[in-house]
Design a protein around this ligand. Structure first.
Ligand code: C5P
Length: 285
């Protein structure tokens, strides 16, 4: 038997714009995405001699083929024709699920990365990214990592200069958002404001943290905040502790605040943690 282990870092949306509906039922997006240090640990055991199996520290998650880690493994072995002689997947979860942080996608990307390296690159980079796209919309970005512009369904990626070093406080309030329902809601809403994506790219090019923080924007936030004022309250708390900027990531409900100062970030995390269990201090990767 052979054991492979690797990190599955979560993502944040520095910007998120919905630019149109697609004939395939999905939406065209334009997003500046950022890999963060918070993440899961994925362990794969090959050659178990048993049926494929999966276990996870979070009992609420599926462990069948609908889990993106299992889906990615299935796609990899189907595409390569390799027989692994039985597979066991174990996820040590740290990224909250249904949080807008790509936690499940990152697990799928980690599986692809681990298998591709272990079998000494049986797929071209292009084939690997196609498998990532087939696994789920956020899997290609979590496979690439770093800082990137994601367009079309989220799979058309352009690497960007790294986000300047900073502290990031994450806080997930205790409710879930249905991503498909949110997309349906935005289809019938007028999008009053959109992110300044060009300005964000310029801020990243200059390595200007304050300018990056000032340009955070997600078109979903007004919709979610209208029915969940907690989003605004958490953002106000972050600003009162000295955040340079705050936003909601993905389809939410996780809110993040960017800090230049470690002590302020720590104090903010402590204050929010007293009320919200899923509160973290993290950094860009
Ligand atoms: O890929 P993921 O499972 O995160 O997508 C969840 C849902 O979000 C999709 O079923 C679809 O309704 C919506 N979506 C979309 N356009 C995208 C990505 C997701 O409409 N580019």
């Amino acid at each position: 038997m052979m054991t492979l282990k690797g990190p599955a870092h979560a993502k944040l949306n520095l910007t998120l714009d919905v630019t149109g509906q697609r004939p395939d039922g999905y939406h065209n997006l334009q997003m500046v995405m950022q890999e963060i240090s918070l993440g899961d640990e994925v362990t794969l055991t090959l050659g178990t001699g048993q049926d494929w199996e999966m276990a996870c520290t979070d009992g609420g998650l599926p462990t069948d083929n609908t889990n993106l880690a299992m889906k990615a493994a299935r796609l990899f072995f189907d595409a390569t024709g390799i027989d692994c002689g039985g597979l066991s997947v174990f996820l040590e979860k740290h990224t909250p699920s249904q949080a807008g942080m790509g936690g499940g996608s990152a697990d799928g990307a980690a599986v692809l990365r681990l298998l591709q390296a272990h079998y000494e690159n049986p797929l071209t980079e292009e084939q690997l990214f196609h498998l990532a796209e087939d696994t789920g919309a956020d899997v290609p970005f979590t496979l690439l990592g770093g800082t990137a512009l994601a367009e079309e369904k989220g799979q058309a990626l352009t690497p960007l200069p790294a986000m300047p070093d900073c502290e990031i406080v994450l806080c997930k309030p205790d409710f879930s958002i249905s991503t498909p329902a949110l997309f349906r809601a935005i289809d019938s809403a007028v999008i009053a404001a959109r992110p300044d994506t060009a300005g964000m790219l310029e801020a990243l090019n200059r390595g200007d943290l304050s300018a990056v923080a000032a340009r955070l924007y997600n078109v979903f936030t007004p919709l979610v905040q209208a029915s969940h004022p907690e989003i605004g309250e958490i953002r106000d708390t972050m600003m009162s502790f000295g955040a340079l900027g705050t936003e909601m990531t993905g389809s939410g409900p996780t809110v993040f605040g960017i800090f230049g100062d470690k002590n302020r970030a720590r104090d903010c995390k402590k204050a929010l943690k007293a009320r919200y269990h899923d509160t973290y201090l993290t950094k860009p990767v």
